[in-house]
Design a protein. Structure first.
Length: 79
């Protein structure tokens, strides 16, 4: 399974902080993003930051493995 975490305004749009997605061989971050964006387009339209296992990722072709932790966030500011 892939553990998916959401933060900031993405949580507000989804109404959940996390979920688990079955891992399939050869699955990339792009595949996961597209799968979730198809289900939750209103939330993923604001996603602009991804991390895999605690490391920021800009290359969505990164391959995910069973047990990966993926984070999706939107821009937000605080004080």
């Amino acid at each position: 399974m892939i553990n998916v975490l959401f933060f900031g305004p993405v949580v507000e749009r989804l109404g959940m902080r996390d979920c688990q997605i079955p891992c399939v061989e050869g699955m990339t971050l792009q595949c996961l993003h597209d799968q979730l964006a198809a289900i939750y387009p209103h939330a993923f339209e604001i996603v602009c930051f991804c991390a895999v296992n605690g490391w920021q990722v800009r290359d969505l072709s990164v391959e995910l493995v069973d047990g990966s932790e993926v984070t999706f966030m939107a821009k937000f500011s605080g004080g």
